[in-house]
Design a protein around this ligand. Structure first.
Ligand SMILES: C[S@@+](CC[C@H](N)C(=O)[O-])C[C@H]1O[C@@H](n2cnc3c(N)ncnc32)[C@H](O)[C@@H]1O
Length: 223
């Protein structure tokens, strides 16, 4: 077996061990037994181009971080927030030049300004389905305040639906769409894109209500 391939394989095994130990330390927070596969990481970086400013929440052992850098993002345009101390230390060692903060993603508002300008993408590996409705709300408010107008949040989940319910999205003035499914990830994972709704999309329900009211009035008028 060629040396490079052997090295890649042994690094992958070491990461599986680290991840499993991370899960033993805090199963709810790590939320998975294995790091994301490269196919899931590729799906998560859909649309990211060189020059983009990116924040990654819950970077773990850095599989997705590597995919973000491979998409052409420069190290100075990438900020990582990772709650687990030993994962954060590993990320600092593994990605020199990338700003790694050992902090809870809930404190995003405190750290987002370390990036020079608004983020174009926030890539999240957080186990959002395990967050309470209040925790999700707080986090998403920070996320949308941090993203520029055209900014996107990419979130993966192992359950086959968006981890943020429709009513909660509507209350936040946000929209979600499925980007794709990483079938060969263990377990298979679904990647969603969340964005702020446009002015027109936000106005649409009230426009519809007003039109229906006007139509109702017209049809009640004697002919
Ligand atoms: C499912 S793992 C994903 C790891 C990595 N992104 C990957 O795809 O392999 C979740 C990661 O989020 C981190 N995490 C969980 N809750 C967090 C929080 N509130 N703030 C920051 N990181 C958190 C965990 O420590 C873990 O590294």
């Amino acid at each position: 077996m060629p040396e490079a391939k052997r090295e890649r394989r042994s690094k992958a095994w070491a990461d599986h061990g680290r991840f499993f130990r991370g899960w033993l330390r805090n199963p709810r927070s790590v939320g998975a037994l294995f790091p994301s596969s490269s196919s899931l990481a590729k799906l998560l970086v859909t649309g990211i181009r060189p020059g983009a400013k990116v924040i990654e929440l819950g970077a773990g052992t850095g599989t997705v971080t590597q995919a973000i850098l491979d998409a052409g993002v420069s190290r100075g345009d990438l900020l990582l927030l990772e709650k687990d101390k030993s994962f954060a230390k590993l990320l600092v060692r593994r990605f020199p030049g990338v700003d790694v903060v050992n902090a809870d993603a809930g404190a995003l508002d405190r750290y987002a300004s370390r990036l020079d300008g608004p983020a174009d993408f926030i890539i999240s590996g957080l186990p959002l389905v395990l967050f309470s409705a209040e925790e999700k709300n707080r986090l998403l408010e920070h996320v949308f305040a941090t993203l520029g107008d055209k900014g996107r949040l990419h979130q993966f989940t192992y359950v086959g639906r968006c981890p943020v319910p429709r009513e909660q999205l509507a209350a936040l003035g946000a929209r979600a769409a499925l980007i794709g499914v990483a079938l060969f990830n263990v377990p298979p994972a679904f990647v969603y894109r969340l964005r702020r709704a446009s002015v027109l999309e936000r106005a649409r329900p009230s426009l519809l209500r007003t039109s229906l009211r006007l139509l109702g009035r017209k049809s009640r008028r004697p002919g």
